[in-house]
Design a protein around this ligand. Structure first.
Ligand code: SF4
Ligand code: SF4
Length: 382
């Protein structure tokens, strides 16, 4: 395949402030809402330690200050401590985004010595049984709880992240209580975003409007309760797009502040963009500076000249940038379309149809497609 097209430098583009380093697509868990690409099994190659060092140096030189290590499960890389040390040497604020599997007290200490600033652990549910059914692992939940305690004992600021969907959203009060007991500094109650495996399982994951409203009310009560106790644990409740009538300002705008480097060195404006029918450059082909400022892929949806009606003439276009390109493509087959979440979009009926489809879907948890290499091979081409 030929290298992707470069275009003249886009003068309006600022620096990428955020680098998300997806170190690997390997993961011991099998969440049916995973945002990794459906065909992740086809992307087996991973950048070497030295290649990641070079990526980090180039990103830092471009102006990036925040670095997230994610995956898959980044702890499966045994060079994680070396990568963290290099991030510290370069002056990044670094964050490990992990399931907690692969962590132990010795590794927490090694990561701290290497200079890791922050750890985010994901929880699937408030109890063993549901967590096991979601993650495909009996031992994962207990391990996560033990590691959350160890992370706090080591003095880290800790964010706990829970992806919410119809199977766990009714546990929200118990989930918040659990996070409180674990000593979290912040909790992301993130309603599932429908990309990758979550899009495949969408009808079986979307919560009902009633579930959502009850969960928001419970979260509000918990905020009051925490404030009364003087407990500083921020609760961030991320509403699902499919119950909104305006889209999110995805990534703060395409190629605006955020750069993802996938395990094989493909450079993306967000971790879901691999789903789009576009050719994204790899770090082996061009420098990050060239990719960020000059690649056709990163310039494709910058600014507003690409926008169709109704976004083109809409007063809100500088706030939401027309919504999410990946969501527009997944729903309409057209990556330039107005995000159908917007009720001004001619495709908004697709969102209403998806809600109706989910409301009529009686699938149990065991009938969702698990994210694993066997299922992924079904989606691998060639
Ligand atoms: S969402 Fe689940 S399966 Fe996907 S990378 Fe995270 S822990 Fe692994
Ligand atoms: S029409 Fe476009 S710019 Fe206007 S609110 Fe909807 S998505 Fe945003």
């Amino acid at each position: 395949m030929s290298a992707p097209r470069m275009t003249p430098r886009e003068p309006a583009a600022g620096a990428p402030l955020w680098l998300l380093a997806e170190l690997t697509y390997r993961c011991p868990l099998q969440c049916p809402y995973c945002s990794n690409p459906l065909d992740f099994a086809a992307h087996r190659g991973e950048l070497s330690t030295d290649e990641w060092f070079e990526v980090m140096r180039q990103a830092r030189a471009l102006g990036a200050v925040q670095l997230g290590f994610s995956g898959g499960e980044p702890l499966v890389r045994d060079d994680l401590e070396a990568l963290v040390a290099e991030a510290r040497r370069l002056g990044f604020y670094s964050n490990l985004i992990t399931s907690g599997l692969g962590l132990d007290e010795a590794r927490i200490e090694a990561l701290r010595e290497a200079g890791l600033d922050h750890i985010q652990i994901s929880l699937q549910a408030a109890d063993d049984d549901l967590a096991a059914a979601l993650a495909g692992s009996r031992r994962a939940h207990a391990k996560k709880l033990a590691m959350a305690r160890a992370v706090k004992a080591a003095g880290y600021p800790m964010v706990l992240n829970v992806v919410l969907h119809r199977h766990n959203i009714d546990q929200i009060g118990r989930l918040i209580a659990l996070c409180d007991e674990l000593g979290a500094d912040a909790v992301e109650l993130a309603n599932c975003q429908h990309y990758g495996w979550a899009q495949l399982n969408r009808a079986g994951l979307l919560p009902s409007r009633e579930q959502l409203e009850a969960a928001e009310a419970t979260t509000a009560r918990w905020r009051e309760r925490l404030a009364e106790r003087g407990r500083d644990m921020r609760l961030l409740f991320v509403v699902p797009d499919y119950h909104e009538d305006r889209p999110k300002a995805c990534m703060g705008g395409w190629g605006s502040i955020f750069m993802t480097v996938a395990p094989d060195g493909t450079v993306l404006p967000c971790h879901s963009a691999r789903d789009l029918p576009m050719r994204f450059p790899r770090v082996h082909e061009h420098s990050l500076e060239t990719i960020w400022y000059q690649s056709a892929a990163f310039n494709r949806f910058r600014g507003d000249a690409w926008m169709p009606a109704p976004c083109r003439d809409c007063d809100e276009r500088h706030q939401d940038h027309g919504g999410c390109r990946c969501q527009a493509y997944l729903l309409t087959g057209d990556p330039t379309a107005t995000d159908p979440v917007c009720d001004l979009s001619p495709d908004h009926h697709l969102i209403e149809a998806a809600r109706a489809e989910a409301d009529g879907d009686a699938r149990g948890l065991g009938e969702l497609v698990s994210r694993n290499a066997r299922e992924s091979r079904v989606f691998c081409r060639g």
